[in-house]
Design a binder for this molecule. Structure first.
Ligand SMILES: *[C@@H]1O[C@H](CO)[C@@H](O)[C@H](O)[C@H]1NC(C)=O
Ligand SMILES: *[C@@H]1O[C@H](CO)[C@@H](O)[C@H](O)[C@H]1NC(C)=O
Ligand SMILES: *[C@@H]1O[C@H](CO)[C@@H](O)[C@H](O)[C@H]1NC(C)=O
Length: 717
């Protein structure tokens, strides 16, 4: 029992699975489930009404023997149309009058008006000397009102005998008494020549009958050639009309015992107006007795004899002889071979719709043509795969974007964003904004300490040009130094100190945005790629302003730590800007980077190198070297092995003048004094002992004084 239940569930599961994949099954399930209670009741009610409508109300539906009696037939007064009375004997259904009565097997109104009745066979038996001993010609009296015709399409005439011609006749008189005659000859040489099942002239013949027959009455030919003398093996002839293919010949039926046998025969019936001159549909429609009274009914001329019959019009069924007798057919509930539909069936009043389900189409009417998927299987698979791939790509894209966002946020935090976002005056750019500023790093200015430097434009009204530098990788250990460094740089507000405009913290490495120095570094214009003519006056201006910048830094308690021409940048007006200050502190944290610092050793204060202690005087030393470069336009190490500092010191000590090392380009009478003074100051800055070196402010002051004394214009810095 349990096992059965389990399998039943599996079966139900399978059914529901297939229901999902096949529209036909689905539809039929819908039909079963959706119109649940009320429509079901309605259907039952309809069926009941349809049944009751085949009769007149309060008439007996049958004699109880299983034969329905639909109107115009009826049992009892007022229940039948004249000519269509049915009687009951016991529970037997009877057609006829008080003297001749015939059992009825069925009475049909639609699709054909038919009645099936049992009629006795006609016979004639002979003695050996050819005398008739028994006879009955089959004439019956069921047709007093003339409503019946023997169905020519549903019956055949059968004759049994061994030297016999029998025929039937009917219809109006014409050349002869009747319009129609039909019969055949049965002959048998002896009893051995007849065969069971073979009704083809030997002992048995059969023939189709003409329309218009009103009676079963048979005419027997006898005497002469049709003599039955000495025919003891075959004493009787029999004739009967029976339902086609109903009778199966047997040699034993030639015996006299066949007398009294009855066989079923089909009768057509029609409205023949009770014997009065018969009417066609056109004539009958205006008569009071016109009997096609139901809505959706029509009149059809009888095709067996005169008169008319009624029929429900297409899409309706029932009894057209009763008011409201024709009812709508629910074609969808009928077998598909009756009302074909290859798609989804929908009943309508008097008809039905048939449409292909969504996703299917047919070439023509789906009632006749199959519904095929609009997209073939391959296309659906392809679309399916396409959609899968699409969603996969979208999912991956989303995941990637999320990851990027997370990365940006992580970087932001790693780069001290949480501290720096609270710092007033610091513009923090997002990665997107930065990419817009640098136009995706489209213009590279060169290499900084930690990577490339890109040119950019801020989205402000002035379209301020900026340089964007990558910074050192910040980790947990460096985060404090980095944020401090940014804050220090932000605080620096001096025309000769490179201004920090903002930063971006969403990348792996923080990016710093600085004001742009169009002319590159002092090193560039002195020695390298942008080398240009530089007057002594300009060199002095650069020296003064650089000293002012450094001096300002020292006044803010900041040491540069890496003063050299590379770190003095020049804007479009050749105004110097001190850059990359405070870096060395960070540089020393990363071991790799510290080697780079070693490369700049020539500028490094020997005291700082020995003690590792960075003081303002260390910057003064380095600035001394810068001064030497300005006046000599020589690099730290020049020629074969010339060391600028050592050589200059040497020359200065021996000659009390640096003249031999001055840049030839600017050695003139007016300039010589400026150059000598700058040289002298440089030597002071380069003193071994820090105590011997001037403060940065003093250096600036002396340079300004020198300019005032030698130049006419009175420029202020
Ligand atoms: C016809 O019947 C006669 C007499 O019964 C018989 O002698 C004869 O053989 C039969 N002929 C055939 C062809 O069966
Ligand atoms: C019938 O048979 C008998 C004897 O065989 C014969 O005398 C008689 O003439 C036959 N009758 C007919 C009508 O042929
Ligand atoms: C009545 O109508 C049905 C369907 O339209 C048809 O099949 C049938 O032959 C008709 N009957 C007569 C008697 O015309």
């Amino acid at each position: 029992m349990r096992v059965h239940c389990k399998y039943f569930h599996i079966f139900r599961y399978l059914l529901s699975f297939f229901a999902g994949s096949s529209f036909i099954v689905k539809k039929s399930i819908n039909i079963m489930l959706t119109p649940f209670l009320l429509p079901a009741l309605l259907l039952t009610a309809l069926a009941a009404t349809a049944k009751s409508l085949t009769l007149k109300p309060e008439c007996q539906p049958s004699c109880g023997g299983g034969v329905d009696v639909p109107y115009p037939f009826g049992i009892g007064p007022g229940c039948y149309r004249p000519g269509f009375e049915i009687k009951c004997i016991g529970n037997m259904t009877i057609l006829g009058n008080s003297t001749s009565q015939y059992q009825v097997l069925s009475l049909a109104v639609t699709p054909r008006p038919e009645a099936k009745v049992m009629l006795p066979v006609a016979y004639r038996c002979y003695s050996p000397d050819d005398k008739v001993t028994h006879a009955y010609d089959g004439g019956v009296d069921f047709n007093s009102a003339g409503v019946y015709r023997i169905s020519n399409t549903g019956n055949e005439l059968i004759i049994l005998g061994c030297n016999t011609l029998i025929f039937t006749a009917g219809g109006p008189s014409g050349r002869h008494r009747f319009a129609y005659y039909a019969g055949c000859v049965a002959y048998a040489n002896d009893s051995k020549s007849v065969q069971d099942g073979a009704c083809a002239g030997v002992g048995c013949c059969h023939v189709n009958i003409p329309p218009g027959l009103t009676d079963n009455s048979m005419r027997f030919a006898g005497g002469g050639v049709w003599s039955h003398a000495n025919q003891t093996f075959c004493p009787c002839d029999f004739a009967f009309i029976a339902v086609k293919d109903y009778y199966n010949f047997s040699a034993a039926d030639l015996d006299i015992t066949t007398i009294g046998r009855k066989l079923p025969m089909l009768l057509d019936w029609a409205m023949r107006d009770n014997g009065r001159s018969s009417l066609t549909c056109a004539e009958a429609a205006s008569m009071p007795e016109y009997t096609c009274v139901s809505d959706h009914s029509e009149c059809v001329n009888s095709n067996n004899g005169p008169g008319y019959v009624c029929n429900c019009t297409g899409g309706y069924e029932g009894n057209p002889y009763l008011p409201n007798g024709c009812t709508n057919i629910d074609e969808c509930a009928r077998p598909r071979d009756q009302f074909p539909c290859n798609g989804v069936c929908d009943d309508t009043e008097g008809s039905y719709d048939c449409k292909c389900p969504p996703g299917y189409h047919s070439n023509g009417d789906p009632k006749e043509n199959p519904c095929n998927p609009t997209f073939p299987l391959q296309a659906r698979i392809a679309i399916g795969i396409g959609l899968c791939v699409f969603f996969l790509v979208v999912a991956l894209l989303l995941a990637f974007i999320m990851h990027q966002k997370k990365k940006l946020a992580e970087n932001f935090e790693m780069n001290g964003g949480n501290i720096l976002k609270r710092v007033t005056g610091l513009t923090i750019f997002t990665e997107k904004e930065l990419n817009k500023i640098t136009q995706n790093n489209s213009e590279c200015l060169g290499n900084g300490y930690f990577g490339k430097v890109y040119k950019g434009t801020l989205p402000d009204v002035n379209e301020t040009v900026v340089a964007v530098k990558s910074f050192i990788k910040v980790d947990d250990e460096r985060i404090e130094e980095f944020t401090e460094e940014v804050m220090i740089q932000l605080k620096m507000n001096h025309p000769n100190v490179l201004k920090l405009m903002g930063c971006c913290l969403q990348l792996d490495v923080p990016m710093l945005v600085y004001e742009f120095a169009a002319n590159g570094s002092l090193s560039d214009i002195l020695h390298i790629n942008k080398r240009q003519k530089l007057s002594a006056e300009l060199r002095l201006d650069i020296a003064i302003r650089s000293a002012k910048g450094l001096s300002y830094m020292h006044s803010q308690d900041i040491r540069h730590g890496d003063v050299k021409p590379d770190n003095i940048l020049l804007n479009d007006k050749l105004i110097p800007k001190i850059s990359d200050f405070g870096l060395s502190k960070l540089l020393n944290l990363g071991e790799k980077i510290s080697q780079k610092v070693v490369g700049c050793e020539g500028y490094m204060d020997p005291v700082f190198r020995n003690t590792g202690l960075l003081t303002p005087k260390s910057d003064v030393y380095s600035f001394g070297v810068v001064l030497l470069e300005l006046i000599s336009r020589k690099q730290l190490v020049y020629g074969q092995s010339g060391s600028l500092v050592i050589e200059f010191r040497h020359i200065y000590e021996t000659e009390q003048s640096g003249r031999s090392m001055f840049d030839e380009e600017i050695v003139t009478e007016e300039n010589i004094m400026i150059l000598e003074e700058m040289g002298k100051l440089a030597v002071k800055c380069l003193k071994e002992h820090q105590d011997g070196r001037p403060e940065m402010a003093e250096v600036a002051e002396q340079l300004v004084k020198l300019r005032k004394n030698t130049m006419e214009d009175d420029r202020s810095y």
